[in-house]
Design a protein around this ligand. Structure first.
Ligand code: SF4
Ligand code: SF4
Length: 229
């Protein structure tokens, strides 16, 4: 077993549902150009909790969202420490982060870009990563490193087809129905401000960025469940 195989095995043992590897050389910003490989970590959300979302987010979903983010941060930290022990540079991109200097709603590096480049999924009309295995019922983490990695085949086109279920279900009318392909800016898919504004209705439930409806309704997530039963 080589180092990359050991790394993948450990990340799965630590709790990741899926792991993918990408080469981000052409797209990382200058300040991250010394760590151009991406390790994407996917954690599947609990079906029971997602299924409870009907017309609004639930208290349990908010708690779950935070718990899964904590697990992602723990796994990516352990990944970084292992890579450093092996003599490589590595940086964990926080699971959920907005850096004011980079503009509102932006993190250090987009998890979804790394994940599509790793071949883990595409960007749905809901603006979320949609995986074949779990649909959009996932949360993502990313580690950037200079460890040379064998990388997955990037996914560059949407597999949503003519489906518009999430677009029609969004109570904030925040989804434009855009069929994603690589390079399309997020602004052409989701009105992030409208989505965020809608969340202000649920301050009494908890602080969060998503109501979850456009994730719950996606047939890709439901399809996997029906196969499992
Ligand atoms: S999280 Fe809710 S408000 Fe935001 S885009 Fe999805 S369905 Fe619309
Ligand atoms: S509900 Fe349909 S359009 Fe929306 S992300 Fe899922 S497959 Fe794509």
């Amino acid at each position: 077993m080589d180092k990359q195989e050991i790394l993948e095995k450990k990340i799965k043992e630590w709790g990741a549902s899926l792991v993918g590897f990408s080469n981000l050389e052409e797209i990382v910003p200058e300040n991250l150009s010394d760590i151009p490989y991406g390790i994407s970590i996917v954690i599947k959300l609990s079906d029971r909790i997602v299924d409870e979302i009907t017309d609004k987010p639930t208290h349990t979903y908010y708690h779950h969202y935070r718990a899964v983010n904590n697990l992602i941060d723990l796994i990516t930290l352990r990944t970084v420490l292992l890579l450093e022990e092996w003599g490589y540079k590595a940086l964990a991109v926080p699971a959920s982060q907005s850096i004011a200097d980079l503009g509102e709603y932006r993190g250090l590096f987009p998890h979804k870009t790394a994940a599509t480049r790793a071949g883990l999924g595409w960007i749905g009309k809901n603006g979320l990563l949609v995986t074949e295995e779990y649909g959009p019922r996932v949360r993502l983490g990313t580690v950037l490193t200079n460890m040379p990695l064998r990388t997955g085949t990037p996914i560059t086109q949407s597999r949503c087809g003519s489906c518009r279920i999430c677009v029609d279900a969004c109570p904030a009318m925040a989804l434009y129905g855009t069929l994603w392909k690589e390079g399309i800016p997020r602004e052409e898919i989701v009105d992030a401000k409208a989505c965020s504004e809608y969340m202000k209705n649920f301050k009494h439930i908890g602080r969060g960025h998503v109501c979850g409806i456009c994730m719950e309704v996606c047939p890709y997530g439901k399809r996997k469940k029906s196969v499992d039963r």
